[in-house]
Design a protein around this ligand. Sequence first.
Ligand code: ADP
Ligand code: MG
Length: 764
Amino acid sequence: NGLPMCGVPWHALDGYLARLIRSGHSAAICDQVEDPRTVKGKNIVRREVTRIVTPGTVTEDGLLDECTNTYIAATHSNALALLDLSTGEFSCEAFADAAALEDAILRISPAERIVSAEFANAAAAENSMPATCVDAWTFSYDAAHEELLRHFKVLALDGFGLEGSACAGMVCAAGALLYHVGTTLHHNISHIRRIVKRESAGMLAIDAGTVRHLALLPVEGLRRDATLFAILNATKTPMGARTLANRIRQPLCDAAAISARLDEVETFTRNRFSLTRLQSLLGGVRDIERLIAKVDSMRANARDLKALAQSLKPVPEVIEELAAVQCSSAGLAAEKELVDLLESAIAENPNVLLTEGNLIAPGYNGELDEWRGIAQNAHQWVANYQAAEIERTGIKTLKVRRNNVFGFYIEISKAAAKDAPPNYERRQTLTGAERFTTPELREYERKVLSAQERINALEQDLFKDLLAKTAAHALSIQSTAIRLGEIDATLALADRALAAGYVRPIIDESDVPDILDGRHPIIEQLPDAEPFVPNSASLDCVRNQIMLITGPNMAGKSTYLRQVATLAVMAQMGSFVPAASMRLGVLDRIFTRIGAGDDFSRGRSTFLVEMQETANILNNATPKSLIVLDEIGRGTSTFDGISIAWSVAEYLALHAQTKAKTLFATHYHELTALADKFDCVTNWTCKVKEDGERLVFLRRVVPGVAERSFGIHVGAMAGLPESVVKRAFQILENLESSKLNVTDPARAVKKRLSDIPGQMTLFD
Ligand code: ADP
Ligand code: MG
């Protein structure tokens, strides 16, 4: 019913597909499924939809970003199944509740999501990413379970840890996802060889908002280069880049596991020679993970096999170099025989299309070489035949030629055509010439054609055999790819640590983040930024639980907050950190809440979201959590805002189960009174120097309270007209003479800033 349809030249498919997919469409690809030569007699070659490409099931190299996984996701009763069709990575995870699931989805941001049609409305109402609805039965436990058994050719899912009622949600999501991609969308899924059950329990939980606020990974609307990923990404391979991104997205929270990663990084910060050597070895390694997935699903061409062989070639040297620094090479397999086989078998510059020939190198197969000899001799034969015919007929202009329509023919100019011998059969008349054929020529043509056909068929057989031989190593090549990715990511971290002067953090079970002279890894690298001023931070659950930071706009509050949280993420992902030293008791979660005024990029009802997120923090934080609250309450009127900020801080200070380490930046000076009321709250300020109406930002975070907010000074520095600045100082003076007092409950309630024109309260 009106589905748009068009034909495209096969060689231009990728370009058209890219445009369709990028603009959010899906495309069904129809192709001939029979060899036209074998369907003589019938008049139409059978065509079928061979696969349906959707945003989440793209496998074309040109459409994929090397540094990120492209996932299609299925969700079902708080469980998530994820598939990267381009690598065959398939995993599932069960979450405690719907909110945790939604958060994981936001963080992972799959390209596409499917849900059971049954829950279509619920999914739409959740206001998270859009979902494609599929038949509900595919999500039923029996159908999904059966699908997984069939695909993995197993009798039960115990081997994957997926039997039992606790795994039901994961099984439903995973089975439905596999069915959708394999059967509904017709993709080849034979390269999906296992499913991994994930558990975020052992991971540091960072919510999607935090990934964004701290600019950890490239996300829409953020500058790509100003992210932690961009700063740390000195990887050489796509596997390494993806591993690094995943480490950032999901840091660890087990001190021993973190230290093991740090040990590996330190190995290479201490052995620059090995670092450089390994990085240069990895420099020639292509995307093995995607290449082997292509081989395994029979989508690979001869160039892919060649690239795979070239990429595996340095592995023995990598193993050797790792051994030299006592670093484990478990998981790496050299595949020497396979590499030798592929190198001797694939032609020097093979064609991309299987049917175009020139796939197999000379010397690999005797029969192939023989047929090729015959085909290549055609040139010589034609020359001989032409000479003989000129001799016989005496026609000097006679030429023997070949084209795709007529095959071999003899061409004689119009003038000489009347002298053609009787055994010449006329085939075609041109303006200046006549074309003929002879029985001999036809006979020879048959021979050459059959040689060509033999060559093509033989090449394809040999190539398929090579694919199968390579696919037999798929599992071990896959694990080599994954391990190379890990090594590459580790090398990148060591590389960056050396280049940017990072130190190894001490990770333990203590109560502190204790940072001496920390720096913000992104800001310090920004081109044309002012020299970065390092700052220390000490937090614990007793006397330094809540750092309340005041200071004028632009003083550096937000930078400081993000810096502390970013360093915690870096430490727990197993990276060195930009600081003179750092000690960290492992955190279980990092929460950040950036006041609505600072977070216009989201485009949601910002104040409501701010409050939802604040609620989430208060409900879920533990003493092992780190909370970053930047200007909360700013999205509403001043008095509402102060009141909310005050009571939030009070709640965090008073409740034992949420006594989380907290950095609290605010421009509400009234809050500094909290330090007098609570021992665990300390006041800090970003130091400034007043120079007449100008301010000099010193960027030092020091104990104490900002004298005033200096907003008008900043206005003056920004070039507001002098009369406006003067008037603003006057108005400020008037307002300050009727200063409010939050510690006196009665006055705080009575006086509303909504009395002042231009201010709005939440319900206005
Ligand atoms: P605030 O949140 O107090 O308004 P920001 O943290 O947004 O201030 O910082 C304002 C600017 O100052 C930022 O653009 C940042 O580049 C710069 N800055 C902040 N802290 C430092 C520092 N420690 N050293 C150098 N520049 C800094
Ligand atoms: Mg700020």
